[in-house]
Design a protein around this ligand. Structure first.
Ligand code: ATP
Ligand code: MG
Length: 246
């Protein structure tokens, strides 16, 4: 593998069990994809097209049924569970679509927990300044359940941004945000990519996707287009083709 590759997926297929029926359904079909260090990649596609499932397979969270995933030259699914956890903690940041914050902890503790677990230094001033940049104006000692959806999303984003990861996955990171906060988050992710981090963002916002280095389009569990330096009009066209009934 060349030095610049952050993620390589080779013929990845994912099947899931449907309820307790014992039957399985394939939700990702034979996906091959590469992403480089310093690349800002976006993933777009209709609801249910498989974007979150793909992100989970790409990031060491969900084992593909077939195919190979390589993250920073490591095959995560060949590691023992404890090693995968340590690898993910030190190298990979994941901003979850549903935030995945811990309700039993205050906002600030949610941000620093991964740092504590990884034995990394906690710079409170740096975190406060990032929260200020994100226009987070609530009390950082509040429990997360007391925060609005957008405020919770900002905590989930801050938790990843302070961790100095080499690959960042962001699943609709601006979904709950007003457009000014969304633009700030996008600029922070762009800054990470400029620093050499591989950033992979799922979004429904075509204007944001058009400002990434490359956009891939998912349809029915398949990767149907990969467009470098995309224009919004190109993405609108490709998306409306894909959602048009056959
Ligand atoms: N564990 C599972 N069991 C059964 N079906 C699943 C499972 N995970 C995902 N699916 C199905 O796979 C498809 C893709 O889901 P996924 O969450 O990846 O879509 P998405 O593109 O992220 O959608 P959205 O834009 O709404 O977040 C959906 O039809 C979903 O119902
Ligand atoms: Mg999703």
């Amino acid at each position: 593998m060349t030095k610049n590759k952050a993620i390589v997926l080779e013929n990845v297929t994912k099947s899931v069990e449907i309820g307790e029926s014992g039957k399985t359904m394939e939700i990702l079909h034979d996906i091959s994809l590469e992403a480089e260090k310093g690349e800002f990649l976006s993933i777009i596609g209709a609801s249910g097209s498989g974007k979150t499932s793909l992100l989970h397979c790409m990031s060491g969270l969900s084992i593909p049924t077939k195919g190979q995933v390589t993250i920073l030259d490591v095959h995560p699914y060949e590691l023992r569970a404890s090693k995968i956890a340590a690898f993910r903690r030190t190298k990979i940041g994941f901003i979850f679509q549903a935030y995945n914050l811990l309700p039993a902890l205050p906002a600030f503790e949610n941000i620093v927990l991964p740092l504590r677990l990884a034995g990394k230094k906690i710079d409170k001033q740096e975190i406060l300044s990032l929260l200020d940049q994100l226009k987070f104006h609530a009390d950082i000692t509040s429990f997360v359940d007391a925060l609005s959806g957008g405020e919770q999303q900002k905590i989930a984003i801050a938790r990843v941004l302070v961790a100095n990861c080499e690959v960042v996955f962001a699943d609709e990171p601006t979904g709950a945000l007003d457009s000014v906060s969304g633009k700030i988050v996008f600029d922070l992710l762009r800054y990470l990519a400029n620093q050499g981090v591989c950033v992979i963002m799922v979004t429904h916002d075509i204007e944001l996707a058009a400002n990434t280095d490359r956009a891939i389009i998912m349809k029915d569990g398949q990767l149907v287009h990969s467009i470098s330096k995309p224009f919004a009009t190109q993405l609108f066209e490709a998306m409306s083709e894909e959602t048009r009934p056959a």
